[in-house]
Design a protein around this ligand. Sequence first.
Ligand SMILES: Cc1cc2nc3c(=O)[nH]c(=O)nc-3n(C[C@H](O)[C@H](O)[C@H](O)COP(=O)(O)O)c2cc1C
Length: 276
Amino acid sequence: MLNLSTTYANLKLKTPIIVGSAGITGSIELLQRAEECGAGAVVTKSLFQKEISRKSPTPRFKIVKHTNTFTFYTYEQASELNPQEYAEFIFNAKQKLSIPVIASINCYTDDAWIEYSKLMEEAGADAIELNLSCPHGVHIMSGMNIIEEMVHTTKIVKNNVKIPVIPKMTPQSANPGSDALRLEQAGADGLVMFNRFTGLDIDIEKEIPILHGGYAGHGGPWAIMYGLRWISAVSPKLKCSISASGGVMNGEDAIKYILSGASAVQIVTTVFFKWL
Ligand SMILES: Cc1cc2nc3c(=O)[nH]c(=O)nc-3n(C[C@H](O)[C@H](O)[C@H](O)COP(=O)(O)O)c2cc1C
């Protein structure tokens, strides 16, 4: 049988396909389905420190067609769980799954980053993904200097847990290549390149923005070119491994990312499309 195993962020994966963080990884049943379908690892739907983010506004999903392409335009709330419940979720996931479970968290104070990371480590998470790159999260929306905040956060989390620490990068940066090098220096064991973009579309009949005007994240098949460009540029300079994320719609896209230097490839939109 073909050997598809890979090493990503010091984790051994049976296959390089990771089902990435979103509602599709928000329950044990869905995580089990990812494993049954051949995922090498899963990243759980993000836990947010900001409690309002745990509540759901609607509508949340729209496929926006534009000439020959489309964008999957979404606003999805964070995990509804509080930190203790989320730690139980991670613990239960570890009982039921045999693949690595990566916990994704989004905090905005140092104390919470440390507390939440330790909780997830104690619950059995195999690694922690740091999600400061949510297109409608507190970090992007407040206009803070994301790369400085990511470097700082990577250092403090790395100093407080033993499991691998994986910052998830934003594509909204002047130079993701130098960002990646800085995050590695800060202690990152792996990098996710990238989260989604911020976007806006306008209904020209009603003359209003559609779907949460400017809050929704957008992504789609077009996003792959951006990821390929930066991963191919920076992977030869990095010791830590990269998980590509953005625009993978089929196996051929995943192969492109691996050829560009990624050790693993995350999928989300294509999994949603099986549902919608
Ligand atoms: C509906 C939806 C919800 C998402 N929620 C999260 C999240 O909670 N945390 C996170 O780090 N990324 C989240 N993402 C981003 C994905 O994990 C992924 O990085 C992004 O969608 C690009 O990959 P794709 O083109 O395969 O969808 C979400 C994406 C979508 C579409």
